[in-house]
Design a protein around this ligand. Structure first.
Ligand code: ATP
Ligand code: MN
Ligand code: MN
Length: 364
């Protein structure tokens, strides 16, 4: 290591939003292990441990070289205690026993499976685990107790578990653009989320929608949903109305008008279909009969279910929403923590508010 690199590492900023965090970095084995520990803590609803492991992993992702000894990690932010033991074990043995045990643990595996279904959070998955649910067949027996969101999540879980490629995301973008422009020709659409950060795959595709004239946005999502439905391209949607903007960053959820959807993305040139997969999906066969006009009615499968988030913002809030919806989740959390702790400003995806000015109602 050069002296310059050593200096840079000892000066590693403690806030993730002050560091460059590349997708491909030098300490993947260690960060993977720490992220498994973080997920395991998350599944046990232990926020403190979840955050501890997430912060340590985030620090190591920003490290510009591969760790060679545990000594090199001792001055890094968030890498003390439990994390240090994990780092040491991996450096010495190439793996961490605790992580291997977790990966084989029935609770962890079931929670991964259940929270992987759209509409299923940790609380629900915990409850189901306690009720004895261990796999998707167990869940199908209790379909009547599921929310509409979970029924759709379960129905399309094979597709939704597959990552969305950049090429697919771009085709979703074209579909969203074609749909919205039918109603507002000069609507402004930006792809956000992981794809905006340069990722090549994602679990969904996120879009921000705005227009200089707020009236043009009124009813736009309803119109878009209606049109997509007539085309048989909408497999599920939930519209969330705009609420008055929150004046504090207390919640990570924002109040923008949003459509959480599952669309049936038609394949590009060659059919996406594999016959084997179609035969396995009995529930989709049922849907094909229920919606004969949808792409499902085709004999071979020529579409893929893709999760899409559409967020509508007035132009004045667009910059904040763009920042808030670009992610990552940890970056956003750190940005808000920095803003509040160091600048006494409350940041969310509606605006930036000065806490010291009049009950937080003034924008700066
Ligand atoms: P992936 O590629 O797996 O989709 P992602 O970074 O795009 O990863 P998302 O869950 O799609 O993850 O969220 C994108 C960003 O939007 C997150 O960083 C989060 O800060 C923000 N976000 C997501 N859902 C909401 C919500 N309901 N309210 C406010 N912000 C949200
Ligand atoms: Mn996303
Ligand atoms: Mn999303």
């Amino acid at each position: 290591l050069s002296a310059a690199t050593e200096v840079r590492c000892s000066q590693m900023p403690t806030y993730a939003c002050h560091r460059r965090t590349p997708l491909n970095h030098h300490n993947q084995t260690i960060t993977n292990a720490l992220e498994i520990l973080a997920r395991s803590a998350f599944f046990q609803e232990s926020d403190v441990r979840y955050l501890g492991f997430t912060r340590a992993a985030s620090t190591l992702k920003a490290l510009p070289y591969k760790l060679q000894s545990v000594n090199q990690a001792k001055d890094l932010p968030w890498c003390g205690g439990h994390c240090m033991i994990v780092i040491q074990e991996i450096l010495e043995h190439g793996m961490c026993r605790e992580v291997e045990v977790i990966k084989n643990n029935e609770h962890y595996q079931t929670m991964e499976l259940l929270t992987g279904i759209y509409g299923v959070g940790v609380r629900t998955a915990q409850r189901w685990f306690k009720e004895g649910i261990r796999n998707l067949s167990d869940l199908k027996t209790m379909e009547c107790k599921l929310t509409a969101e979970q029924v759709s999540g379960l129905r399309h879980c094979k597709d939704l578990q597959q990552q969305v490629t950049l090429e697919e995301a771009e085709r979703v973008g074209q579909l969203v653009k074609d749909t919205l422009q039918r109603f507002v020709p000069d609507v402004h659409i930006t792809m956000t989320g992981g794809f905006r950060r340069g990722k090549e795959v994602g679990h969904d595709v996120d879009f921000l929608i705005t227009h200089p004239n707020e009236n043009a946005l009124s009813g736009l999502l309803e119109d878009a949903v209606g049109w997509l439905e007539t085309q048989g391209l909408l497999l599920y949607h939930h519209l969330k109305k705009r609420k008055p903007a929150l004046r504090s960053a207390s919640s990570s959820m924002d109040s923008h008008e949003t459509c959480y959807a599952i669309v049936a993305l038609p394949s590009s040139s060659s059919p996406w279909n594999t016959d084997i997969e179609v035969k396995k999906c009995n529930s989709e066969d049922a849907e094909r009969i229920a919606h004969p006009e949808s792409p499902n009615s085709l004999n071979s499968r020529t579409w893929k279910a893709v999760r899409v988030d559409l967020v509508v913002t007035p132009q004045a809030e667009h910059a904040y929403a763009l920042l808030g919806w670009t992610g990552s989740k940890h970056f956003e959390r750190e940005l808000r923590r920095y803003s509040l702790r160091e600048k006494k400003l409350s940041l969310n995806s509606h605006g930036l508010y000065d806490l010291e000015k009049l009950s937080g109602s003034l924008e700066c």
